[in-house]
Design a binder for this molecule. Structure first.
Ligand code: NAI
Length: 507
């Protein structure tokens, strides 16, 4: 299926943050664009914002001046939809209300040519619900851009129950022709990105609710160890807690109260207090003038050991042992290991498997046991999050901390929560992604592309599952499930099937 031709006139309704960005993208691709809004002032502002943005790119040497000016000339602010009656692609980015959007679609159906495609930029409403009662529901599709539309690569192309496959394919090809990465999604709560991202915020808030660590420590762990561009708390502050909380609520409600998406009391309190994040000067962190920037609680320097022992060949242990090898003698113990670990003065440092260190120490009769969290790359991580078992002697812990510090790692001690922060979050993101694939909402390829380009995750979730080993992810989820005994941590059947069958998502 091919994209709509550049001769196609495009109508964008809603000249706010999203609508003006989308108009800019379409005009830059060569289309004549009509920009409409109920507020004439918004149209004026929108056109001015586009011109300013394009000229700024010229001044930075990123855009040719002639192209910028011809793009600006292709955008026409209009005050009634009838002025756009030649348009055969309309994209609405108006207020997020089902009744208002449906009224607009009725009007568009009677104003635009019969073959026109009517697209919605909604981020939370059902495309199926938007089309109910229309005479041509098969021409309606979701075209979900991300903010800011000119910069963010991803477009989710959302099909409602009635959407014609050719319409979705045309919009997909059009988004690609406009320089975007497009993915197909079947209309369902949160589509891909806003659904799969829920655990990123939720697990951090759960760990905080258990008072295992301060937000700045959890943020640093997710950024420095797991490679996310921002930590969950700083990202929520950036998005705005009112917006983030509303998305969580809408997914929770749309899924009939599935506890997996349960909103957090902590965030509800922030919203109630008006601590909405950066925009209100205060959220999880304080942004007011003179406020002290948050810092992770790194452990103070300790004495390290001169010798360590590596038991087994588990890759994360080997990578850490290699780093310790620069500052200590590493004895690589041959033969099969009953417990794969790095042994430091009798204490055992082991990768987190979803159990608490305390439970594992008891089960393995090894009191001086310390678990470490998931990292994207143990060979280069600047930081390591660890948790000792309650049974662990403080001298043993000190020695492990000191040895890791000698190898140049910042060490964060967090309370002994199951799955720590990185492993539990990544496992839950993977679980959510697998659930969507199983339900036929999107393919594994599209889920991964959506999370890489819509949220800049360091890996697509299912690619990450393949890399970690699906069985390890399933084991971690099962242990979380056993620990909390909440349906929240139930494993997606497809994930379990892959683990049992020894298959990957991307073979
Ligand atoms: P906005 O508030 O900046 O702009 C909305 C514009 O629509 C306003 O200028 C308003 O006057 C106009 N409007 C309202 N009702 C109208 C009507 N009946 N006809 C014509 N114009 C009307 O909102 P924003 O942020 O641009 O969001 C617009 C849409 O894009 C919403 O559906 C939202 O969910 C979606 N979206 C927003 C994202 C964001 O980060 N802001 C990201 C992706 C999607």
């Amino acid at each position: 299926m091919s994209a709509v031709s550049v001769q196609t006139d495009v109508l964008v309704v809603g000249a706010g943050a999203m609508g003006s960005g989308i108009a800019q993208v379409a005009a830059l691709a060569g289309h004549r664009v009509f920009l409409a809004d109920t507020s004439a002032e918004a149209v004026e502002k929108g056109c001015a914002a586009i011109a300013a943005s394009l000229r700024e790119q010229v001044s930075k040497g990123r855009l040719d001046a002639a192209r910028a000016e011809s793009t600006i000339a292709r955008i026409h602010g209009i005050d009634k939809l009838a002025d756009a009656r030649t348009a055969t692609l309309a994209i609405e980015a108006i207020v997020e209300r089902l009744d208002v959007k449906r009224a607009l679609f009725f009007e568009l159906e009677s104003t635009l040519p019969e073959q026109a495609i009517l697209a919605s930029n909604t981020s939370s409403l059902s495309i199926t619900a938007l089309t109910a009662g229309l005479s041509r529901p098969e021409r309606v599709v979701g075209m979900h851009f991300f903010n800011p539309a000119p910069r963010m690569k991803l477009v989710e192309v959302v099909s409602g129950l009635a959407t014609d496959a050719d319409v979705a394919d045309t919009v997909f090809a059009t988004a690609v022709a406009w320089g975007k990465v497009a993915v197909h999604v079947v209309s369902s709560p949160g589509f891909i990105v806003n659904r799969v991202a829920r655990p990123f915020y939720a697990e951090a808030q759960r760990v905080l609710a258990e008072r295992a660590a301060k937000p700045a420590t959890l943020d640093a762990a997710m950024r420095d160890c797991c490679g996310f561009p921002m930590g969950p708390f700083e990202l929520m502050d950036f998005i705005g807690h009112d917006v983030n909380f509303a998305v969580t609520r809408s997914v929770f409600d749309a899924c009939f109260g599935d506890r997996r998406y349960e909103p957090s009391l902590f965030q509800q309190e922030l919203v109630a207090a008006g601590r909405l994040g950066r925009k209100s000067g205060r959220g999880v962190y304080d942004y007011r003038a003179g406020a002290i920037p948050p810092r992770p609680e790194d452990e103070s320097p300790r004495e390290g050991a001169e010798r360590v022992r590596l038991h087994g060949a588990e890759p994360s242990l080997c990578a850490l042992a290699d780093r310790l090898g620069a500052v200590a003698v590493v004895e690589r113990m041959g033969g099969a290991a009953s417990r794969e670990s790095i042994e430091i003065e009798g204490a055992h440092l082991v990768p987190c498997d979803g159990r608490t260190a305390t439970r594992r120490a008891a089960e393995e009769d090894c009191p001086n046991l310390i678990v470490f969290d998931l990292c994207l790359d143990y060979a280069s991580t600047p930081r390591l999050v660890i948790a000792p078992a309650d049974q662990c002697a403080s001298a043993a812990l000190d020695c492990v901390v000191g040895t890791l510090q000698r190898a140049g790692l910042a060490v964060n001690l967090i309370d002994d929560v199951a799955g720590l922060i990185g492993l539990r979050t990544v496992a839950m993101i993977i679980n959510e992604a697998a659930g969507l694939v199983q339900a036929g909402v999107a393919t594994a390829h599209d889920v991964d592309a959506a999370m890489r380009y819509g949220t800049n995750y360091p890996r697509g979730p299912l690619e990450w599952a393949d890399e970690l080993g699906v069985a390890r992810v399933v084991a971690a989820l099962d242990r979380l499930n056993e620990h909390y005994r909440e349906e929240r941590y139930r494993c997606a059947p497809l994930l379990r099937r892959k683990a049992i069958g020894g298959r990957k998502f991307h073979e």
